[in-house]
Design a protein around this ligand. Structure first.
Ligand SMILES: [Zn+2]
Length: 182
């Protein structure tokens, strides 16, 4: 076995596995699904104290509601209904908590010149890059909650809430309380 950058992390995993108890497949214990940024300063397991089995987590650049995210949430709602009908309230599956954060690296994409350079260097679509920018998390989290709530793919048994994580204080503030689609 050669040393790689994963080697120290695999040693941590060895420690983890020594006291490990598997969690059976079931509804998430907190009845929430977290959507947040992939930023390594915003790990929801640490910020929200999540344990194994507590909550599914979807992460992408900015924690944005994209077509792919909507598809994942639609599938998870279908899965929960198929496998676990009868557990919990029949008219409720889970709450999607959208969490955007301050100092997001996608914020640079709000700058025209930076976004143009990023598109040229990566081959990614410039408009799509612009749409992913979180310059003000209070604004983008509201837009994404509305986008998810208005999607025809969202189960009427899934509610959506919006929150902002402040990198400076470590505090998560609720911007929009949980709501079901109309
Ligand atoms: Zn971010």
């Amino acid at each position: 076995m050669t040393m790689t950058r994963m080697t120290p992390l695999l040693e941590r995993n060895e420690q983890f596995a020594r006291n490990y108890t598997p969690v059976p497949l079931g509804l998430p214990a907190t009845q929430t699904l977290i959507l947040t940024c992939l930023d390594h300063r915003v790990d929801p397991a640490i910020v929200l104290g999540l344990q194994l089995g507590d909550a599914p987590v979807i992460r992408n650049a900015g924690g944005r509601v994209t077509e792919a995210v909507i598809g994942d949430i639609a599938y998870l709602a279908f899965l929960a209904e198929q496998l676990f009908a009868g557990q919990g309230a029949p008219d409720k599956l889970f709450e999607v908590a959208v969490i955007h954060h301050t100092q997001c690296g996608t914020g640079f994409l709000a700058d025209d010149n930076f976004r143009h350079q990023a598109a040229a260097a990566t081959g990614l679509d410039e408009a799509a890059l612009g749409a992913s920018a979180v310059a003000d998390p209070h604004v983008t989290v509201k837009a994404d909650v509305e986008r998810l709530l208005s999607s025809p793919l969202l189960s009427p048994k899934v509610s959506v809430s919006g929150h902002v994580y402040d990198i400076d204080t470590g505090r998560v503030t609720t911007v929009l309380d949980a709501r079901y689609p109309q």
